[in-house]
Design a protein around this ligand. Structure first.
Ligand code: SF4
Length: 380
């Protein structure tokens, strides 16, 4: 399966918790950046040794960010058209784009739909205006509702909504309201991530000063329970620790990551993976443009992964999926069996009721999903 990730490192404003490669106030760079992306797409198609006639069709193309919906739809179209010239698109391609409320209107969404985008992932985070403000988000609850309404009007029948729990000032009551509002919109897919405090962000500085008040463990556990019960009542199946979907609407692009399979990537800060090596591109969008305009490589870091490191990563990523890991698949990819490789450590985790093992698969139990981080720390 061939998957392509394209990074758009621009945002309206920087959120207080964000450590992604994204910059505000860069509108003047948009056209130049898109040209650079198109150049890199050309290089990638050639360098990867994938002759245009023989390359496996792209099964997923994902515009992530940043805020891809901040780019005018015509520029997104330009990138998609260039990719269509360079790669074959599978007839069932999943073509996703991350959109933030307040950055695109119905007309723009209709243009994206016509350009081939068939899955929209809307970054809502919360339907509570006070929580949104505390996060430093650039939108309001009303704009979030508008964004979903406009996406439906524009013909999107595969919508994912992103929510966040564990926010400053959030309680199980306000989380229930956010969740119920999101589920009322009947999304095909829902991502519910818990806030983590990343280094070098305004939230990290506030935390160091003792000024960031986050919900206590008990409240977090209550929010997690609410997520599970309300999603299940709404017919959304939990298929990954933080992701829920209708049966045929799992995110195929992200499934490829969780299976730790190769993917191509373009754009400032983007990382590609070819089974042995991870390659990271410069995070500075201006530098990214300059390097491509002068015919230079944008790769600034390469990490070689040996067989064992890849095996362990595949274990950790695969355990995020509620179905867990296929043991035969591990054997054929790495020639390793986790029962032998991890020995007593694995036995212990199974005996503690955190992992479940049968002839074919290894997965976290319901109890294990709550303590996933601890389990993974033992296997990493
Ligand atoms: S919109 Fe997303 S990528 Fe942009 S600053 Fe906020 S969290 Fe970061």
């Amino acid at each position: 399966m061939t998957c392509l990730y394209i990074h758009i490192p621009f945002c309206l404003q920087k959120c207080a918790y964000c450590s992604f490669v994204s910059f505000s106030g860069q509108e003047k760079l948009f056209d130049r950046y898109v040209e650079a992306l198109c150049r890199e797409a050309g290089q990638t198609a050639v360098q990867a040794g994938r002759a245009l006639e023989t390359i496996a069709p792209l099964e997923t193309l994902f515009f992530g960010g940043g805020t891809p919906s901040l780019l005018p739809a015509a520029l997104i179209s330009r990138i998609i058209d260039r990719c269509r010239q360079l790669f074959t698109f599978s007839p069932t391609i999943e073509l996703s784009l991350e959109a933030n409320p307040g950055t695109i209107d119905e007309d723009g969404l209709a243009k994206l739909r016509r350009a081939g985008v068939n899955r929209l992932s809307v970054g809502i985070q919360s339907f509570d205006d006070r929580e949104l403000q505390a996060l430093g988000r650039a939108h309001t609850r009303a704009q979030a509702l508008d964004a979903v309404k406009n996406a439906r009007k524009a013909g999107f029948d595969n919508l994912s909504l992103d929510l966040m729990s564990g926010l400053p000032g959030q309680s199980p009551v306000s989380w229930r309201q956010t969740l119920e509002q999101a589920l009322d919109l009947r999304p095909e897919h829902l991502s519910c991530y818990q806030l983590t405090i990343e280094e070098d962000t305004p939230f990290a500085r506030l935390q160091d000063q003792g000024c960031l008040i986050l919900p206590q463990e008990e409240a977090i556990a209550a929010m997690d329970e609410l997520t599970l019960s309300l999603c299940s009542e709404a017919g959304l199946e939990r298929y990954e620790i933080s992701n829920f979907a209708r049966p045929d609407k799992k995110c195929r692009h992200n499934l490829n990551y969780w299976h730790n399979l190769p993917y191509l990537a373009l754009g400032a800060g983007a990382v590609s993976y070819d089974n042995q090596r991870r390659s990271r591109r410069t995070s500075n969008p201006r530098r990214y443009c300059e390097l491509l305009e002068t015919g230079n490589s944008v790769i600034v870091e390469e990490e070689e992964l040996d067989m064992e490191a890849s095996f362990r990563e595949t274990m950790i990523m695969g355990l995020r999926l509620t179905r867990g890991i296929d043991l035969n698949d591990l054997q054929s990819r790495f020639g390793l069996d986790p029962r032998i490789y991890y020995g007593k450590t694995l036995e212990h985790l199974i005996n503690q009721g955190l992992l479940h093992l049968n002839q074919e698969r290894l997965r976290l139990t319901t109890h294990g999903l709550i303590f996933a981080n601890q389990v993974m720390a033992e296997l990493v």
